[in-house]
Design a protein around this ligand. Structure first.
Ligand code: GLN
Length: 307
């Protein structure tokens, strides 16, 4: 298959849509990102990489970081993790407080904000302190993407903290229900530092290979997690990776995927490739509008989806 030609075609087809959508504006550092950007990369199991657009541009991975922190928490806690966080779609916005109150402080899944905050708390417990927890997740991301320069943007992280009232509210609510062991401030700070990690579509598409290959990196043969855990993570990505638009993403794209408000989306085709797209204009659910469309075009044109 001529992947480069397909990516070029997609870039041309989404071009007219680039002015649609709305850049995340809840913090100045994200609000100032130029909207009319597009990049898409794929990494195959033999290491071949194909890209189109601004594929080396670094952007805030935001909620895509939840895939990596969930991976490590599942590795360390196995199914005990589900005592604190569920694995069902929420059908609600990513930062909703209402359901969390009804469900007594247990978040629906690790990919909504409340769930990722619990996961950060579990990782702080495991590693002993917030600094090590952050550094170890960062190290893991560097390892799965074969790029040791991946770093968090301190301006974005600090700005998130300054405007983090809703996430602090989620954390406080969970603390009141006894579902947070560490100090609210420390856990939310760790969560924001992970959201503020910056990557490109090239490195993000590379980082998905372990999930596309039963937990084993097909290029360096390193086993990061068990095949069973990889299966679970893929399932949660498919059912919960796009918040209240997860059904829509499965319907249109047909792949496990995870979005972030920075405009990135990662996805993977089992046994074939890792994929990443970037375009900062978001739809009403906070997922990249053009990114979703580009992925839909990709699975339609290649005939590659899990269905
Ligand atoms: N840092 C963002 C927040 O906590 C991440 C949300 C997202 O990417 N959907 O609100």
């Amino acid at each position: 298959m001529d992947y480069q030609a397909i990516l070029n075609e997609i870039a041309a087809e989404v071009e007219p849509l680039l002015e649609k959508g709305k850049v995340a504006d809840y913090i100045p550092a994200l609000a100032s990102v130029e909207k009319k950007q597009f990049a898409m990369s794929i990494t195959l199991f033999n290491g071949m990489q194909y890209s189109v657009g601004v594929a080396d541009t670094l952007f805030s991975i935001q909620s895509i970081s939840k895939v990596f922190s969930f991976t490590l928490a599942l590795k360390f806690y196995s199914k005990d993790l589900y005592k604190r966080v569920g694995r069902e779609p929420s059908g609600n916005p990513f930062n909703s407080l209402v359901q969390l109150e009804y469900e007594r402080g247990k978040p629906r899944n690790p990919f909504i904000n409340a769930g990722a905050i619990v996961v950060a708390d579990a990782l702080i417990n495991h590693y002993g302190n917030k600094e090590t927890a952050f550094e170890e997740v960062q190290k893991f991301i560097q390892e799965v993407s074969c790029n040791n320069s991946i770093a968090s943007n301190p301006v974005v992280a600090a700005s998130e903290m300054e405007h983090g009232h809703r996430n602090l509210a989620l954390a406080n609510l969970m603390k009141s229900f006894g579902n947070l062991d560490n100090e609210v401030q420390d856990v939310v700070e760790t969560y924001f530092k992970l959201c503020a990690l910056e990557m490109s579509t090239k490195t993000l598409s590379r980082s998905m290979l372990y999930l596309a290959n039963h937990g084993i990196d097909p290029l360096c043969a390193k086993q990061f997690i068990s095949p069973n855990q990889a299966k679970r993570i893929n399932a949660v990505m498919l059912t919960c990776g796009h918040y209240d638009a997860s059904g829509d993403f499965a319907f249109h794209v047909g792949l496990p995927g995870k979005s972030g408000v920075g405009g990135g989306i990662v996805a993977l085709i089992p046994k074939v490739m890792g994929i990443a797209v970037f375009s900062p204009g978001l739809n009403a659910q906070g997922n990249s509008l053009v990114g979703t469309k580009a992925l839909e075009l990709f699975t339609t044109k290649t005939g590659l989806s899990i269905f």
